[in-house]
Design a protein around this ligand. Structure first.
Ligand SMILES: C[S@@+](CC[C@H](N)C(=O)[O-])C[C@H]1O[C@@H](n2cnc3c(N)ncnc32)[C@H](O)[C@@H]1O
Length: 281
């Protein structure tokens, strides 16, 4: 029986090897200060594969004829997935108060709304967007609506598809919205209703390996860019510029900026939060 708790931390050279592998496969940049964090997360894979050491795990990955499945599992345990409903509420006020009315007016003949939640984690962000769309009522009546919700980690997508939430994940949902868009089960568990689920399309997508969806009106990519270095942030933003429609909107996380990374977008302040608008294509 292997005593997994006592497997020592990664050595500096093991850390370097894994950090490089993670970086090459996902763009996630791990500083040496993350050594303990990475050790703890990798232990889950060692445990699952019944391996004794980090080096054995590294060699195991490289011995595989097709590494892709194990790389997916590796990234799955390494990625940070913190999220909750109505995270940074002001942005949803901007979305409903300004972006939605503008789009609705501008696309009266087209009547198609495509929103991309890139790095959607366990689904709270795309479901929040979905609730905002349904709350907009007549604004999008009869429209063709799709929220594309993507992430590199398959376990968070499985969680998202189930749509069951509790505790602090739903703390910021107003009681009337909780009642309207969730079904309460016996325990303190709330399940998102089908009317929200059906406008969301969850997909596995690696932002540095896979192609991006196109003709997007609004991109949410919040609290994702912080995990990448400048080179990858640049790649990401130029990809978003190709994906987004003229007059579209890009929402980034609270601590993220495009300043000194991309000239493709201009800055606009709506209801106290920055929104990025693509320059004319
Ligand atoms: C902290 S969560 C952000 C969740 C949500 N956007 C929010 O702001 O609440 C970051 C997500 O980005 C995903 N991610 C990291 N690198 C990625 C990549 N290369 N491609 C796609 N998703 C990635 C992670 O798996 C994780 O679920």
């Amino acid at each position: 029986m292997i005593d997994f708790e006592n497997i020592v931390r990664l050595t500096d050279s093991e850390f370097e090897k894994f950090a490089k592998l993670v970086y090459n496969e996902s763009g996630i940049f791990l500083k040496t200060t993350k050594l303990t964090l990475l050790s703890n997360r990798l232990r889950k894979r060692l445990n699952a594969l019944n391996l004794k050491t980090f080096t054995e795990y590294y060699d195991y990955i490289n011995s595989l004829a097709d590494r892709s499945k194990e790389i997916e599992s590796l990234i799955d345990v390494v990625s940070t997935n913190e999220t909750y409903f109505f995270r940074n509420e002001k942005q949803f006020e901007s979305l409903t108060g300004e972006c939605f009315p503008e789009i609705s007016k501008r696309k009266q003949t087209d009547k198609r709304l495509r929103i991309w939640s890139a790095g959607c984690s366990t689904g709270e962000e795309p479901y929040t967007i979905g609730i905002c769309i349904l709350e907009a009522g007549s604004l999008f009546q009869g429209w063709d609506i799709e929220i594309i919700a993507t992430d590199i980690a398959y376990s968070v997508l499985d969680f998202a598809k189930k749509g069951e939430y509790s505790g602090r994940r739903i703390d910021k949902v107003k009681p009337e919205l909780l009642k309207k868009y969730f079904l309460k089960s016996d325990s303190e568990q709330y399940t998102i209703k089908d009317e929200v689920k059906k406008i969301i399309n969850f997909k596995l997508l690696n932002l540095f390996k896979d192609s991006y969806p196109v003709n997007i009106d609004i991109i949410f990519c919040r609290n994702v860019m912080i995990y990448f270095d400048k080179e990858h942030q640049k790649k990401l933003l130029s990809g978003f510029y190709r994906s987004i429609q003229n007059n579209g909107y890009l929402f980034l996380g609270h601590s993220e900026t495009i300043h000194s990374i991309s000239d493709d977008f201009t800055y606009r302040k709506i209801i106290d939060s920055p929104v990025y608008i693509p320059k004319d294509k």
